[in-house]
Design a binder for this molecule. Structure first.
Ligand SMILES: [Zn+2]
Length: 56
């Protein structure tokens, strides 16, 4: 069952199936938030974004 993800850049909602790459279909941004998320996962994603921004 696909999950709804919210784009971290443009806020668009997309269904992403388990084998699909996590990527916004509107703006191709690669950080997506799970819609049914809890705070610990949200914080984990923030840490991931921090790592990515250090790498770029
Ligand atoms: Zn987007």
């Amino acid at each position: 069952m696909p999950c709804l993800y919210i784009c971290g850049e443009c806020g668009a909602e997309h269904e992403i199936k388990p084998k699909e790459p996590v990527k916004c279909k509107d703006c191709t941004y690669r950080i997506m938030y799970k819609k049914r998320t809890d705070k610990s996962i949200y914080i984990y994603l923030i840490i991931l974004i921090h790592h990515f921004s250090n790498m770029i």
